[in-house]
Write a new protein. Structure first.
Length: 146
């Protein structure tokens, strides 16, 4: 809100209209678990989660119009487990709501396949890159200490 109490912007945190122009709803439900202001960069940090892996979900980490080269650690909700909650972190410009960064946060399900290739970052010591496979994941909550 601005200094007069008027709303400056708002976001559903997912596509309302597809690139082809179709209006979509989001079948899974989403929750905002925490908000914090990053005063060093004038961004709003959002901790959210999606319940289910269906038609439309929270913003993907590699489809950010304002940052075309952006890549989240885990770009999207993966796997075939539908009745779980997967957490999401995003940064939006505080002044106009433009999405700047996005990543999903979820643990791998025990015994999952579809891990993809080893992550190229040497600090991750060949940990699977979640963006090169389609692993099943489990319910994962970020918590409210953002």
């Amino acid at each position: 809100m601005d200094s007069t109490g008027q709303m400056k912007w708002w976001s559903r945190l997912y596509h309302e209209i597809t690139p082809s122009g179709d209006t979509v709803g989001s079948i899974p439900d989403q929750y905002v678990d925490a908000l914090a202001i990053d005063y060093s960069s004038d961004n709003l940090v959002v901790a959210a989660r999606a319940h289910g892996n269906n038609v439309e979900n929270l913003w993907e980490g590699d489809e950010i119009q304002a940052s075309p080269s952006a890549k989240g650690f885990q770009n999207r909700f993966t796997g075939s487990n539908g009745n779980i909650h997967e957490s999401w972190l995003g940064k939006l410009d505080l002044t106009n709501g433009t999405l700047k960064a996005s990543t999903y946060v979820a643990e791998l399900a025990e015994g999952t396949g579809g891990l993809g290739t080893p992550h190229p970052d040497p600090n991750l010591d060949n940990w699977p890159d979640p963006n090169t496979g389609w692993p099943d994941v489990n319910t994962t909550y970020i918590g409210k200490i953002v």
